[in-house]
Design a protein around this ligand. Structure first.
Ligand SMILES: [Zn+2]
Length: 248
């Protein structure tokens, strides 16, 4: 069985940045997992919520609905504070992600680039840093050895990708994007991705802006191969699982 894990920062990232790939790899029989680090409680668009707790609980449900549309096998939201990932204890966040990797045992992982994606969001940047360390450390027995019991063993995912793009957004802080190594044709799952984004009802003020960016750019998601267990020169890829070996 092939397994794909995606590490994000906010509910709606899974749809906006990875939705087409999550849906298309589900169609190909791959089990998928999204680990979202925050419940999005600091969002500017808050629907009917009057407190952070209320917004968290609404956004957890919206995330569940979006993941249902994307047919995510294992949706997980952790409880870190939205907007403050750079203030968290790195060793603790990486510990939580390492445990998720050791449980789900993905061969391939996706996350943002350390620039923070097209929006340059600090939380996206930190999700990238945490995910990269967890990717490296989950395979080492001397990292979080207390996790290695009751059927949980160390696990090496084989490839890690950053989401990237062939454009930047105006009016956002400058970003230096990772070069494109991998282009996934998401076909009609462009529509699935847009519906999954629309499952985030509190974020309705962003729907039309999102569509105006993704529709004209077509049916592709772009990634950068950031790490691989097989030392290699960069080749242009059209499949995240190219060269991947099936593992338990
Ligand atoms: Zn986000």
């Amino acid at each position: 069985m092939f397994r794909l894990m995606c590490v994000t920062a906010h509910p709606d990232d899974e749809a906006a940045s990875f939705g087409g790939s999550l849906a298309i790899y589900h169609d190909r029989g791959v089990e998928t997992c999204v680990v979202c680090l925050t419940p999005g409680q600091a969002a500017r668009n808050r629907g009917s919520a009057t407190t952070d707790e209320e917004l968290s609980s609404i956004r957890r449900k919206e995330f569940a609905s979006a993941c249902e549309i994307l047919k995510v096998t294992r949706p997980v939201i952790l409880n870190y504070p939205d907007g403050k990932l750079y203030r968290q204890d790195l060793y603790k966040v990486v510990c939580d992600l390492t445990l998720e990797i050791r449980r789900f045992r993905p061969q391939v992982m996706l996350t943002f680039g350390p620039e923070g994606g097209l929006t340059a969001h600090d939380d996206h940047a930190m999700a990238s840093v945490f995910a990269m360390l967890a990717f490296q450390w989950s395979g080492r027995n001397n990292r979080y050895p207390d996790q290695l019991k009751e059927g949980i063993g160390s696990h090496r995912a084989q490839k890690l990708y950053y989401a990237t793009a062939n454009f930047t957004l105006e009016g956002r802080p400058p970003v230096a994007l990772a070069p494109i190594t991998t282009v996934i044709d998401i076909g009609d799952h462009l529509e699935t991705k847009i519906s999954a984004f629309r499952a985030h009802v509190t974020q309705a003020p962003l729907w039309s802006l999102f569509e105006s960016h993704v529709r004209p750019r077509g049916k592709q998601e772009m990634f950068h191969l950031a790490a691989s267990t097989k030392p290699c020169a960069i080749e242009h890829e059209t499949d995240l699982f190219a060269g991947i070996e099936e593992t338990d």
